[in-house]
Design a protein around this ligand. Structure first.
Ligand SMILES: O=C(O)CCC(=O)C(=O)O
Length: 210
């Protein structure tokens, strides 16, 4: 399968994707109530090659979910790799390691799993939510997202209402939500009527004791 999308001007799909340094290249954006967002644009070089590989190699699933009294299709393709499972590409193993080295493996916040979402068109989306920590949403945690393929906006807003922030993520960008972000803010990839190419996001998360 080859997927048509607008490649990054700086990318070369025939070269190996490579992780660039994190360190001082990571910009921290403090939010309210101890939440924060870290940005590392262009973390992965030649990210279009990884997009192509993941689009083909990952066992994508079209999930369904119950909504009110109906079963509806989840508007994106998904795949999930648990702690200790073989990730679908060695670059993702290196990315997880690099993130853990950068953040220093704080207790309960060591990145172990990889969840993948494939947004095929602007109709694919994920609704406003905060990620659950095990069964609850009561703990602080980090969620790191590597984006490949076309840019989409990750929207972030305070749970009680307030200004929505929009972060354009694609083509190898890294965004990390941390501190209280999953409890006090919610995030979404909203549908768009603009013509957008396909994007794959890889979310690295810790495993939390129940
Ligand atoms: O695709 C993204 O960047 C966000 C994914 C997400 O929020 C989720 O799967 O919980």
């Amino acid at each position: 399968m080859s997927i048509a999308f607008q490649t990054s001007l700086l990318d070369d799909i025939f070269s190996e994707p490579e992780l660039r340094p994190l360190g001082l290249m990571v910009e921290r954006i403090p939010l309210e109530n101890g939440a924060w967002i870290d940005l590392r644009p262009g973390w992965l070089s030649n990210s279009d090659a990884l997009f192509e590989r993941l689009a083909v190699d990952v066992p994508w699933k079209a999930d369904k979910r119950e909504m009110y009294d109906k079963i509806v299709a989840v508007p994106r393709l998904v795949s999930w790799f648990g702690a200790g499972e073989t990730f679908p590409d060695p670059v993702l193993v290196d990315a997880k390691e690099a993130l853990n080295n950068h953040y220093g493996r704080p207790p309960g916040q060591v990145f172990e799993t990889a969840g993948l979402c494939f947004y095929r068109t602007g109709d694919d989306s994920v609704a406003w939510h905060g990620d659950r920590v095990g069964r609850t949403i009561e703990r602080d945690t980090m969620v790191a997202i590597l984006s490949v393929g076309a840019e989409r906006s990750l929207s972030v807003r305070p749970k009680g209402g307030g200004q929505t922030l929009k972060f354009a993520v694609g083509h190898g960008d890294l965004i990390v939500m941390g501190g209280s972000c999953q409890r006090t803010y919610e995030h979404a990839i909203l549908k768009t009527k603009h013509a957008v190419g396909p994007r794959i996001s890889v979310q690295f998360r810790p495993v939390w004791p129940r």
